[in-house]
Design a protein around this ligand. Structure first.
Ligand SMILES: Cc1ncc(C[n+]2csc(CCOP(=O)(O)OP(=O)(O)O)c2C)c(N)n1
Ligand SMILES: [Mg+2]
Length: 273
């Protein structure tokens, strides 16, 4: 893969990833487009610009780790891993089929390049804490990134792990909240509001940074600030738009877990041309 810090190139990659997401979920006839599309700039920045990793050597011990705690957004991770060269692009459209390496939620048994299987919400930050501690025990410099959903942040286990991270100063872990304001069946504020979200992370003893999660420069700068923060873990609260890039999906709770029809796929791909 060719790494890049060039915003124009990263934006082109992001568009390719969005096309994959729409196409593969359309082909599957089921899946989660909204929360996949909202996380594109975050994953593209991590995999093309920030993380140390090597698609030719997926289990290189010195690699940075990424955990998709909101595992239902598997299409964004699969598209990114495939475009990096970890797994085949031409099988993305087998998403959710029996025996496919691209299961509905990330499954390490089918795709060993994954760090872990996810999909049961609330677990990823705890896994990240374990990885962070493991790196520390080994005296290693690799970092762990974990992407959380905002609806997912209503899970109690997240806050248990958050308490752990601050108390034990697990500063090699960076959490990102994909703050797209929508969960499974509606707006977060109408179901169980998270506000004041940044104050909650600060109150739990974390360094917290709030950004626009679609602004590539802000995303990159936040990761640099996280890496430079010592003595406490960092949470990046990334304000995003669920369904970003496809007009009729943007900010529409329907597209949390509904696939685009063939006509909608065509319309979406025109917008992402
Ligand atoms: C423990 C658990 N409970 C319920 C679900 C079902 N579920 C899948 S996605 C989702 C909503 C998640 O909302 P959010 O974290 O905001 O995701 P995003 O908006 O990023 O798609 C729920 C409840 C699950 N996967 N795991
Ligand atoms: Mg959400």
């Amino acid at each position: 893969m060719k790494r890049t810090s060039n915003p124009a190139e990263l934006a082109e990659i992001a568009k390719t990833i969005r096309r994959h997401i729409v196409t593969m979920i359309g082909a599957a006839g089921s899946g989660h487009p909204g929360g996949s599309l909202s996380a594109v700039e975050i994953l593209v920045t991590l995999y093309w610009d920030v993380m140390n990793h090597d698609p030719a050597n997926p289990h290189w011990p010195g690699r940075d780790r990424f955990i998709l705690s909101k595992g239902h957004a598997a299409p964004v991770l699969y598209s990114v891993l495939a475009e990096c060269g970890y797994c085949p692009v031409d099988q993305l459209n087998t998403l959710r089929r029996d025996g496919s390496i691209y299961q509905g939620h990330p499954d390490r048994r089918f795709l060993p390049a994954l760090e872990t299987s996810t999909g049961s919400l609330g677990e990823g930050l705890s896994l990240a804490m374990g990885l962070g501690e493991a790196a520390r025990v080994d005296g290693a410099s690799w970092r762990t990134y974990v992407l959380l959903g905002d609806g997912e942040s209503q899970e109690g286990q997240i806050w248990e792990a958050a308490m752990y991270g601050a108390y034990h100063k697990v500063d090699n872990v960076c959490a990102i909240v994909d703050y797209n304001k929508i969960q499974l069946d509606g707006f977060v504020k109408d179901i169980m509001d998270l506000e004041p979200l940044k104050d909650k992370w600060l109150g739990f003893g974390w360094h917290a940074i709030e950004i626009n999660g679609h602004d590539l420069k802000q995303v990159k700068d936040a990761f640099l600030e996280a890496a430079a923060t010592k003595g406490q873990p960092t949470c990046i609260i990334a304000n995003t738009i669920k369904g970003k890039g496809v007009s009729f999906m943007e900010n529409n709770p329907k597209y949390h877990g509904v696939a685009p029809t063939p006509v909608e796929v065509e319309k979406a791909l025109k917008e992402l041309a």
